[in-house]
Design a protein around this ligand. Structure first.
Ligand SMILES: [Zn+2]
Length: 296
């Protein structure tokens, strides 16, 4: 659970109404409304009778996000995107389950910032590999890695596991899903804690967005230093950026025109696209031509 929304689970409330001298038995006075597409809320009574087809594993991070967003931003985002897309897919008939979010990611380029809690890529890959084995052991062979964090790069893991696991692994960096329509929603590009992430937070966890007394964000402008190398600046050559030198307070992207409405709009479009994929994936047989289209 993201920890930011009250889950739609009504916990058992016990009416201790036993007669004197008898053993008092808790009575269930309210109905438990678990969401069967959220593994953390469901139970063995459900899973022993129900075989899931698709598992979605969100991957987050714990790191500073300028001066105004919480350390848990990426892990909240993973859980919240996962909840939206799995719910929408479930309602369209997909047989999908959302797994608990992994809260830590790769932070080596943030090593100089306090409490950017790092798992090296090899460590994280091992964790995911073990979870994939568990899922396959439970008969789930379609697995979607739903990544929230730019420092996590999982394509090499997909290549390493290809042919070594029965599972078909898919990777979605959700923050790239709307690249083609980004400018229809937002006015400023976002790399880290900018307009997109701040809008997300204002829409879904506003209680953790820090503000000044006048209501403005406690953030600075999130302006990054350009590289001294043209090739790096143009993207022909890449490197991992030492984050404490890249920008002032860890933000990389202008956050001050963020709104909750922009965050809601993004989530709606994200949910449409990704839930459609989950529905198709759930319905697709893992036949001999999977994942390709059948020959005519
Ligand atoms: Zn982030």
């Amino acid at each position: 659970m993201s920890g930011v929304r009250v889950p739609s689970v009504t916990l058992f409330s016990c009416a201790l109404a036993g007669r004197p001298g008898t053993r008092r038995t808790p009575q269930l006075t309210s109905v438990m409304r678990m969401r069967p597409w959220v593994l953390a809320e469901t139970n063995y009574g459900h899973t022993r009778q129900h075989q899931y087809e698709v598992a979605v594993l969100p991957l987050g991070a714990t790191e500073p996000h300028n001066l105004h967003l919480p350390y848990g931003t990426d892990l909240f985002e993973g859980s919240i995107v996962g909840e939206h897309i799995c719910e929408a897919a479930h309602q369209q008939g997909a047989n999908v389950v959302l797994l608990p979010t992994i809260p830590y990611g790769t932070e080596t380029n943030m090593h100089a910032l306090p409490l950017a809690l790092n798992l090296n890529p090899t460590t994280l890959n091992q964790v995911i590999t073990d979870l994939v084995d568990s899922l396959v052991g439970s008969g789930v062979r379609k697995i979607v890695l739903l990544n929230s964090h730019g420092g996590n790069e999982f394509k090499p893991l997909l290549r390493e596991l290809c042919g070594r696991t029965e599972a078909a692994l898919f990777l979605c960096n959700w923050y790239k899903v709307l690249s083609d329509v980004y400018s229809e929603i937002f006015d400023h590009p976002d790399d880290h804690a900018g307009e997109m992430e701040t809008s997300f937070a204002l829409a879904f966890f506003p209680q953790f967005v820090a503000r000044q007394e006048d209501g403005s964000l406690t953030a600075d402008d999130g302006r990054p230093r350009p590289s001294r190398f043209e090739a790096v600046q143009e993207g022909w050559v890449s490197m991992t950026r030492p984050w404490h030198l890249l920008t002032t307070n860890s933000g990389c992207g202008y956050p001050h025109e963020a709104t909750a409405e922009k965050g809601q709009q993004m989530m709606q479009r994200l949910t449409e696209r990704l839930s459609r994929f989950l529905v198709e994936l759930s319905a697709s047989p893992m036949d001999e031509q999977f994942p390709f289209a059948m020959d005519d």
